[in-house]
Write a protein that binds this ligand. Structure first.
Ligand code: MG
Length: 378
């Protein structure tokens, strides 16, 4: 097995050095480990459901906007680009990127916050942990084991990608919380950020919740926009928007790659073990770009995510998730048989949480109508 790419850097994660999978398997072919992980993720049920899960704009608000699936594809593309330039393992980066939001609830972060509240007395809820749960427990495809039986490194990446950031996520002991994850996993966190900041600007402008004039107050947007205008005199409208976003993504990737290369050199990193023992993330923007990126995030937070129409979406999302959850809890016989079956061996709240977290926006709204609209078919 395992034709390793010949040009990998010594600090890349090597497929043939993987710590392997939980369950022994007889494989039908000889794909390298992380390539096999990626393929399993693309074929799983939770991956397809990303199509009808909210990124920022609820699915039925319009066809233009990113969904969790198109967001995920953008993160995968950016991650692979960064991995290639740093001579890291693209297959591992792609696997983690494609799986990074598998545990996301319907209705984006509002869905997550609502389940956090509802599960606070029963083990909590966090989407990275749920992504791990999806690939380790909830996918049912193989006769001899639960989940997808992915490698340790892909699973580690799902729970440790935000290593070194105070985001409140708890890493299970099996994934050595004190050690940094692979560089491939570290890439995902920032690729995620590059993807969502940029597509949220695009979707925000398209929706009319943001105006281009407001963005001129944001340093990094203004600087890149000036470059684009110099490059294409007379550019305007959507083409100007697209080119500014494209150049901004390119700029952020370039900064990340250069700064990370310098850090690797400065710290004398020569192996994957050096990466793990570094004690802090190595993949970072330069301090100047980091500051500008924070300014952009603060802008989006204030002007887009807190827009009153976003608040309306949030209100409806909270109501839908809470009401479904509480109704199943009160009347478990409303759950499909498969989930009632699971509730014999697992806490009812966890079973309901998994069921609701796995729903798409569409399914959650249909289910809401089936349960509460007297005229809707059951
Ligand atoms: Mg994401």
């Amino acid at each position: 097995m395992d034709e390793e790419r010949p040009d990998l850097a010594p600090y890349a994660a090597m497929s043939h050095l993987s710590r392997g999978r939980r369950y022994c398997e007889e494989f039908k072919d000889r794909r390298p480990n992380f390539e096999r992980d990626r393929d399993r993720i693309i074929h799983c049920t939770a991956f397809r459901r990303l199509e009808y899960k909210t990124q920022v704009f609820v699915n039925h608000e319009g066809d233009y906007y990113r969904t969790r699936l198109t967001h995920t594809l953008e993160v995968a593309q950016i991650s692979k680009g960064i991995a290639r330039r740093l001579r890291l393992n693209e297959d591992l980066a792609e696997s983690i990127a494609l799986a990074h939001d598998l545990g996301h609830t319907p209705f984006g972060h509002t869905g997550e916050e609502t389940l956090q509240r509802l599960m606070s007395d029963c083990g909590g809820f966090e989407h990275n942990r749920q992504s791990l749960r999806v690939v380790e427990e909830l996918e049912e495809r193989y006769p001899n084991f639960p989940g997808l039986n992915l490698t340790w490194e892909t699973r580690e990446g799902l729970v440790k990608r935000s290593f070194g950031r105070a985001d409140g996520s708890v890493v299970p002991a099996a994934f050595e919380p004190h050690l940094a994850p692979t560089l491939e996993a570290q890439i995902i966190e920032l690729a995620d950020e590059i993807a969502y900041n940029n597509h949220d600007i695009d979707d925000g402008l398209e929706s009319g919740y943001l105006r281009e004039g407001q963005l001129q107050g944001v340093t990094i947007w203004r600087e890149i926009n000036e470059q684009v205008r110099r490059k294409y005199p007379g550019i305007s409208g959507k083409k100007e928007k697209y080119q500014t976003i494209s150049h901004l993504i390119g700029h952020l990737i370039g900064d990340l790659v250069e700064n990370t290369r310098a850090t690797l050199e400065g710290k004398g990193v020569r192996s994957c073990d050096d990466v793990r023992r570094a004690g802090e993330p190595i993949v970072r923007f330069s301090p100047a770009t980091q500051a500008k990126n924070e300014e952009l995030k603060a802008f989006l937070n204030e002007k887009l995510y807190r827009h009153y129409k976003m608040e309306r979406m949030r209100l409806k999302a909270r109501r839908t998730i809470s009401r479904l959850f509480e109704t199943y809890l009160e009347h478990p016989s409303l759950l499909p048989f498969r989930h009632q079956e699971r509730a014999r061996t697992e806490p009812l709240k966890r079973v309901i949480c998994d069921y609701v977290a796995g729903m798409t926006d569409r399914y959650a709204l249909e289910e809401y109508r089936r349960l509460f609209d007297p005229e809707e078919r059951v």
